[in-house]
Design a protein around this ligand. Structure first.
Ligand SMILES: Nc1ncnc2c1ncn2[C@@H]1O[C@H](COP(=O)(O)OP(=O)(O)OP(=O)(O)O)[C@@H](O)[C@H]1O
Ligand SMILES: [Mg+2]
Length: 501
C-alpha cells in the first residue's frame, strides 16, 4: 500500500546558476515538505547560500523551475518572495539599526498597520507569539545578536511566511540563545511552517532536522530523513571521501615555557597569569563575554593594558602594538574576521599576502611573484575554493573568506599562533586541515592558544585547558583526565566562592 505523502511546499527542479569561473549550482532538485525542518549541509562553496538567494529573489536562476505553495516562481524579488510567504534570515542580519524593533518588523508597512501605535501593538503580539518579550520601542542597535534574530523571525512571521530559510543562524549564538532558537523552530513547525536550516554544526542537524540534503560542488548528493544518515555517512557525502576521525591526535611533545603572561589587568580582566609551553595547544574555555577574546587581544597588543608583563623564552618583551607581537613571532586570527581582517573588495591574493610584507619586498620593491606564490601556497594548503587568486574576496562563500584570513597568518610561520573561533562557519574537511596545521606548529616547537565555543573541539585538540569566567582564570585542566562537566562547572563560574577564600 502506498504511504500517504506529505504535502510539498517547495519544489526545486533542475536549478542551475553560474558565476564567472564557477558553476555554483548544477541541476539542483530538492523537495521541501510542509511543517518540516529541512537541513542543508555541504562544504564551503558547495552552493547552499546561492540556492537560498535564488529562492529569495536576490539572484536569478539560469534554468530550472521553482514551485512554491503551488505557484511557479519566475524572476522574483526579495520583497515579492517575502510577500508570497518565503522569508530568509541571513547570517549578516538585515535590520535597520537606527530604528526600533517594531518599526523594523513592519518596515514600509506602517500605513497598513494604522500608524505607529498599531505597528507596535501588532509587533508586540507577534513577538509574544514566539515567546519573546523584547520591548518593541527599543532600538535594534541595542539588541544582542540573538534578539536581532528573534526580530528577523518575527518579521518573517508578519508576512505570514510558510517557509523560513535560516542560513547559518547559530554561528554567533551562545548555548542558551541556541536553546531558545530551537524552541522557536519547534514552535514554527507545529504551526505548519517549514524551515530550511543551513549549518556546519552537525550536532544541530542531527538534533532537530527531519530531513537533510547534502550538497557538494553545486550538486545535490543525497536527500533523506536524518535518521537514515550516520554522522560519518553524512560527512563522507559532504567531502567526497571517508574521514576516519574528526580530530587528529593532539600534539604530545610539551616542553619548556615559551610564553609567560604575568598580571594582565584591564577593566574586564583580573590578574590573568599563565604559561604557554613549547609544543602545546592551550585551550581557553568560557562563555561568550567571559573575557577570552580580551585576553588574547591584550597579549597581542591590540588593546591597551596596564602593567602586564610578557616573557618569551624567559626574556621580557614589550608589546604595545600588534606589529610588536608579530615581530616577536606571534599571530592572531581574530574572531570577527569581517571587522578586523578581511578587505572585501580586494583579491584573495592581496588578502592572504597582506601580513607578509617583508617576504614580498626586496630593496623596497614589491615582488609580485612572491605575492602570488604566498597566495597559491595557502589556497592549496587550506583548500580555498576560488576561481583564481585574483578573485575578489567578497564573491567567495562565507567559509572560504574565513580560510583566507587563517592563511594570511599561517604564512608568517608564527611560533605562537592564537586562534579565536577559527572554525566558525568552516566545513568539516577544512576544520580537519586547520587542526592539522595547529598540530604542526606545536610539533615544530611552537605553541597554539585556541579559543572556541565548540567544547568538543577544545577538548579534543588541547593539551591543557584554562577556564575563564568574568575575566578571571577559574581553573586549569588536563582535558584527557576530567569530564566536560567538570570543565564547564568552572567555566560557568560555579564554586567561585571556594576559589576566592
Ligand atoms: N556574488 C558572487 N559572485 C561570484 N561568485 C560567487 C558569488 N556568490 C557565490 N559565488 C560562488 O559560488 C559558489 C557557491 O557559493 P555559496 O556562497 O553558495 O557557498 P556555500 O555553500 O554557502 O558555502 P559556505 O558554507 O562557505 O557559506 C562559490 O564558489 C562562490 O565563490
Ligand atoms: Mg553560505
Amino acid at each position: 500500500m502506498e504511504k500517504k505523502k506529505q504535502e510539498v511546499i517547495l519544489s526545486i527542479k533542475d536549478v542551475s546558476k553560474s558565476f564567472p569561473g564557477v558553476k555554483a549550482l548544477d541541476q539542483v532538485s530538492i523537495d521541501v515538505l510542509r511543517g518540516t525542518v529541512h537541513g542543508v549541509v555541504g562544504e564551503n562553496g558547495a552552493g547552499k547560500s546561492t540556492l537560498m538567494k535564488i529562492l529569495s529573489g536576490v539572484f536569478q536562476k539560469e534554468s530550472g523551475t521553482v514551485i512554491f505553495d503551488g505557484e511557479t516562481i519566475k524572476n522574483t524579488s526579495p520583497i515579492q518572495s517575502m510577500k508570497s510567504g518565503l522569508s530568509i534570515i541571513y547570517q549578516e542580519l538585515n535590520l535597520v539599526n537606527t530604528m526600533s524593533v517594531g518599526e523594523n518588523i513592519y518596515l514600509g508597512r506602517f500605513r497598513e498597520m494604522d500608524g505607529m501605535r498599531g505597528t507596535h501593538t501588532k509587533a508586540k503580539e507577534l513577538l509574544e507569539s514566539i515567546g519573546c518579550t523584547i520591548d518593541t520601542y527599543k532600538l535594534v542597535s541595542e539588541l544582542s545578536v540573538s534578539e536581532k534574530q528573534m526580530v528577523e523571525i518575527t518579521k518573517a512571521l508578519s508576512f505570514d511566511s510558510k517557509l523560513i530559510i535560516m542560513d547559518e543562524p547559530s554561528s554567533s549564538l551562545t548555548a542558551d540563545e541556541m536553546k531558545e532558537l530551537v524552541n522557536i523552530i519547534h514552535h514554527l513547525k507545529e504551526q505548519g511552517i517549514s524551515i530550511i536550516y543551513i549549518s556546519h554544526k552537525l550536532d544541530e542537524i542531527f538534533d532537530f532536522c527531519d530531513i537533510v540534503t547534502v550538497m557538494r560542488d553545486g550538486h545535490v548528493i543525497d536527500t533523506k530523513p536524518t535518521s537514515a544518515f550516520t554522522r560519518s555517512d553524512m560527512i563522507a557525502k559532504m567531502v567526497g571521501r571517508t574521514i576516519e576521525n574528526e580530530y587528529p591526535e593532539r600534539p604530545h611533545c610539551v616542553g619548556e615555557t615559551l610564553l609567560e603572561v604575568r598580571s594582565l589587568n584591564t577593566n574586564k580582566l583580573h590578574d590573568i597569569s599563565f604559561e604557554l609551553k613549547k609544543g602545546e595547544i592551550l585551550g581557553l574555555v568560557g562563555l561568550v563575554g567571559a573575557g577570552r577574546t580580551e585576553i588574547v587581544r591584550a597579549i597581542f597588543g591590540a588593546d591597551k593594558v596596564k602593567g602586564q608583563q610578557l616573557f618569551i623564552d624567559g626574556k621580557l618583551v614589550k608589546i604595545n602594538k600588534p606589529i610588536d607581537a608579530k615581530n616577536a613571532g606571534m599571530a592572531l586570527v581574530p574572531e570577527d574576521r569581517k571587522l578586523q581582517g578581511l578587505v572585501l573588495p580586494f583579491s584573495v591574493e592581496a588578502n592572504i599576502s597582506m601580513a607578509s610584507f617583508e617576504k614580498m619586498t626586496k630593496f623596497g620593491f614589491l615582488k609580485r611573484s612572491t605575492e602570488k606564490e604566498i597566495a597559491e601556497r595557502q589556497v592549496k594548503a587550506l583548500g580555498v575554493k576560488t576561481p583564481s587568486i585574483k578573485t575578489k574576496v567578497k564573491s567567495l562563500s562565507g567559509g572560504n573568506q574565513q580560510k583566507c584570513i587563517v592563511g594570511r597568518w599561517l604564512e608568517n610561520n608564527p611560533r605562537i599562533l592564537i586562534l579565536d573561533e577559527p572554525t566558525r562557519g568552516i566545513d568539516v574537511g577544512a576544520k580537519y586541515e586547520i587542526y592539522v596545521l595547529m598540530k604542526q606548529i606545536a610539533e615544530s616547537g611552537g605553541s597554539v592558544i585556541l579559543i572556541s565555543s565548540e567544547l568538543p573541539e577544545v577538548l579534543n585538540m588541547s593539551n591543557r585547558v584554562l577556564t575563564i569566567n568574568e575575566g578571571r582564570i577559574t581553573g586549569e585542566f588536563n582535558p584527557q583526565a576530567v569530564t566536560p562537566d567538570q570543565i564547564m562547572e568552572k567555566a560557568l563560574g560555579l564554586g567561585k566562592e571556594e576559589l576566592k577564600s
